[in-house]
Design a protein around this ligand. Sequence first.
Ligand SMILES: Cc1ncc(COP(=O)(O)O)c(C=O)c1O
Length: 357
Amino acid sequence: MDVFPRKLWARLAARVARSLSFHNYARQDAAGSRRLRDAIAGYLQIARGVECDGEQVFITAGYQGALGLIARVLIRNGEQVWVEDPGYFATRAALKWAQAKRVAIPVDGEGLNVEAGMRKAPAARLAIVTPTHQFPTGVTLTISRRLSLLQWAAASRAWVIEDDYDGEFHYRGRPLPALKSLDRQDRVLYCGTFSKVLFPGLRMGYVVVPPQLSDEFASACVCLQPAGGMLEQAVVCDFIEQGHFARHIGRMRQLYAERRAALVTAIERWCADSLHVDVQAGGMHLLTYLARGVEASTLQKRASAKGVAFMPLSQAAIEASMKPGLLLGFANVPVNGADSAARRLQEVVAATFLEDQ
Ligand SMILES: Cc1ncc(COP(=O)(O)O)c(C=O)c1O
């Protein structure tokens, strides 16, 4: 967020605000601005291999808003939904409000264990997955698992929700195209967000639905109005159409690679006895394992007093037994701040280890 091009953003926003027409002041398209929906469809084809028409794209308040919309349209009370275990806590919370029955499906070295899902809940209505970069393990769903997930969905008339939250940030080679790009039977709803590629406070994302669901989603949008205001949609659209988006992603990928390398080096220097870094190919956080299990909340409280924040790995688990570990975001840690952050983390972990003896 410290290097976001704020001046450029402010200039685009001012221009948009000045150029609003009478028409813009009236009602907006409930599915989101058509120009933005088309721009997203164009971007997805090039960047993620997803072929879709703007008609299939619905603007939402981030991934969380997309999931809320999907739940309202597709989930009926008590229906089963596969979720990854370990997985994203906010997905589980959204399912609770949708009164869905969450079924924890284990994740292994190949991603979601589809066979386990078929054994545990063969008739589930939905499966929610992070195939590019599983949250929090960083594993990529293998091709054979992708194909069996799609086969299961087609055979059982289930839907697959692809949460592609950080697919743009990959540091070794090119990431696999989205799962949606293999979806010949039209069973995948693809969710993208601007939280990672622009900034989370924007609260903007989108869902691409299969063509046979477009009308139903369009009607639901009239009632639920998930797209938010048109001013910010127009700014995002100009940002994409004028080429700033592609440039910004390229610049951030480079910067994050540097910040990631700096934090890995700093942790290896300061925390070698207490933390082991499992370096992943992509993402915006480091997966680290603690040498010993400690009370995560004590560690978190202590760290926070020193200005260090992380997420205990255990918070991502439902039934899975996880090695004790911490997720460390590196995107907002400048290269010259990595050493001090790692040193403070080491002090906190060492003190907690000592106390626990
Ligand atoms: C797994 C996962 N999905 C989605 C998101 C993005 O959520 P939103 O678009 O609601 O900000 C995040 C953000 O941290 C995430 O970790």
